[in-house]
Design a protein around this ligand. Structure first.
Ligand code: GLC
Length: 586
């Protein structure tokens, strides 16, 4: 395969592959935001505006920041189963199965996370965070140490090499499938390995290659054959007694509880590949023919007809990983399809999914049964279908992307993952990104609570719980996926906070997590309206709860780590003109 045909992982200009040189304009922009953010943090923790070293006027905030910004810039420039999965490969066997009140103080306390001097932090190269992210604060340091220890206990070995992490190491409960390596769960683990001092890149590379290998299996569930690009939800290493060797067993949803198809695994795989490349500058991995093929299969799958219309799959921003032109042949054709899809997706998300006070008021006043292109109420939403809670919840300042949009029905619920990923992937406009962070501040008790972070708000109750969840006892109100609080989400909130120049938000959430998470044994999730109780069926020592915390700390202590996960805006995409007013600001 000639280089011209390759799908390139979007990191730097090709010239930078071996000798990282100047920052791209987008990186410069991110760093300017980060620089601003740090100035804000310093002001917050130093008690602020009376400090003679810090400008009293917020308009001056870039004033004395130039030096810090130059430091960051210099630093970056110089561092720079079942499921019927079967296969004839002797290494693998098919799976045997078939086919509170929000007690958060409004005054920010000095955080252990920012106790270090800014200069020291900024001199640390990308991928490093002091002593593996430890801070000077004793308890936070011991929590970091414990987290690294827990992470290392979770490693899964295959033929002597680390290839992933167990989802949980809870000896107290039934393992179910928590003794497997989940693709999505490994992402924060891999990021922690990449961001730490002396980045531990091997495990990430092994994981990417092993899961890619599993993608190559013929995937049959019942009598259906899954698309070639489908990545497994999870896999495990088992000892095959007949062959007396270790073999891999993968699940493509065929044995998952509820038989849920792993829609997101391929996206996460590409995202992690990009993070690996960004961190290591090792382009040889993404250029391997089998890796090229894997990427193309995933893209073909999510760019196929129907993928853009089926609501649960309308999250195809895995495409935005590839933000450089791919010159020829199938690469070129894929890029064109990606460009078209992102333009349409951006328009759709930014217009139809966006809700703020003004837009809520517009919907409240909608006329119905409109016909033709001039219709304002395009999806014929009946205003009476707006749930009462939205009117209470919506602040004057702030806004968010709602859960789903379909004819005559809008799911007005807040979902943290979608909102943060929209920010990190630039699907949100800058003013929408700011408004999302405003909303989090305005509705802190509801969205962050006592133990961060609510996965969705509000919980479904009564009739809605019965009809939507099918009376699922695990998803009772304010539990698990139905308004439960998931510590793993801390890393996403932190990344979005830093990207929007609002790291204080992450810092506040980290402080809450530091009060309980380790003491509670790193549970998978918390229950209750403010997330006060350890989840009913939550596993303890859930690996991604551990690494969600680690990644959040590694980013807050060294904001340049954000570049490993945040995507840059593709300037080429025509920005849809927003017809609605941006969120209300004072
Ligand atoms: C639960 C979560 C899923 C996670 C798995 C393993 O099923 O919903 O997202 O991957 O546990 O931790």
């Amino acid at each position: 395969m000639s280089p011209a045909q390759k799908l390139e992982i979007s990191c730097d200009d090709p010239e930078q592959k071996t000798t990282p040189g100047n920052l791209t304009p987008n990186e410069t922009e991110i760093l300017e935001t980060v620089a601003d953010a740090w100035n804000n943090i310093i002001r917050d923790v130093s008690g602020a505006r009376t400090d003679s070293n810090i400008p009293a006027n917020s308009d001056d905030k870039c004033g004395n920041f130039a030096d810090d910004y130059v430091n960051i810039k210099t630093m970056l420039q110089t561092s720079s189963d079942g499921g019927g999965a079967e296969n004839g490969d002797s290494e693998e066997v098919p799976n045997s199965g078939n086919g509170g009140g929000g007690k958060a103080s409004s005054v920010l306390k000095p955080s252990p996370s920012v106790g270090m001097s800014l200069e020291n932090l900024m001199e640390v190269p990308i991928g490093s965070s002091g002593k593996n992210g430890g801070s000077e604060n004793g308890s936070a340091t011991s929590m970091m140490d414990e987290a690294w220890e827990q992470l290392s206990r979770s490693y899964v070995y295959f033929k002597g090499q680390r290839v992933g992490t167990l989802a949980a190491i809870d000896t107290g409960g039934e393992a179910l499938n928590y003794n497997q390596v989940f693709v999505r769960d490994f992402v924060p683990c891999g990021l922690a390995c990449l961001m730490k001092t002396d980045a531990d890149v091997d495990i990430v590379k092994n994981f990417l290659l092993k899961t890619l290998h599993l993608q190559g299996w013929e995937k049959r569930i019942d009598n259906f054959t899954l698309g070639e690009g489908v990545m497994p939800a999870s896999f495990k290493v088992i000892q095959d007694p007949s062959r007396q060797k270790e073999v891999l067993q993968a699940d493509f949803g065929g044995t998952a509880i509820g038989r849920v198809a792993p829609v997101d695994s391929g996206f996460w795989w590409i995202i992690l590949l990009r993070s690996y490349t960004k961190c290591t500058h090792d382009y040889s991995l993404s250029e391997l023919p089998q890796v090229q093929r894997g990427m193309k299969l995933i893209l073909n799958l999510c760019l196929s007809d129907g993928f853009d219309t089926f609501p649960t799959l309308l999250c195809a921003d895995g495409c935005s990983m590839i933000d450089r032109r791919m010159p020829e042949h199938d690469g070129k054709e894929l890029i064109e399809r990606i460009d078209k899809r992102i333009t349409a997706l951006s328009y759709h998300i930014q217009n139809y999914y966006w809700l703020d006070f003004t837009q809520l008021n517009n919907i409240y006043r909608y006329k119905t049964e409109e016909y033709s292109h001039t219709a304002v109420n395009k999806f014929n939403v009946i205003p009476e279908s707006i749930p009462d809670w939205v009117f209470e919840f919506m602040p004057l300042r702030g806004g968010y992307f709602i859960g789903n949009v379909s004819p005559a029905r809008m799911d007005f619920r807040w979902f943290l993952v979608g909102n943060c990923i929209a920010i990190l992937s630039c699907l949100a406009t800058p003013s929408q990104a700011t408004a999302v962070m405003d909303l989090i501040e305005e509705r802190w008790t509801d969205l962050i609570g006592e133990m961060p972070l609510k996965i969705a708000y509000p919980a479904l109750e009564g009739h809605e719980w019965r009809s939507v969840t099918g009376c699922d006892p695990k998803n009772t109100r304010w539990s698990y996926h139905n308004g439960g609080s998931w510590p793993v989400l801390l890393w996403l909130l932190t990344a979005a906070s830093i990207k929007t120049g609002r790291p204080q938000i992450a810092k506040r959430a980290i402080e809450l997590v530091e009060q309980r998470l380790a003491k509670d044994g790193w549970p998978e999730y918390y229950d209750g309206i403010t997330g006060r109780y350890i989840g009913k069926q939550a596993r303890k020592y859930q690996t991604w709860s551990v690494t969600g915390y680690l990644v959040a700390k590694l980013m807050i202590e060294n904001p340049s780590n954000l570049l490993i996960i945040s995507l840059e805006e593709d300037k080429k995409i025509a920005k849809p003109k927003l017809t609605r007013s941006a969120s209300w600001t004072f």
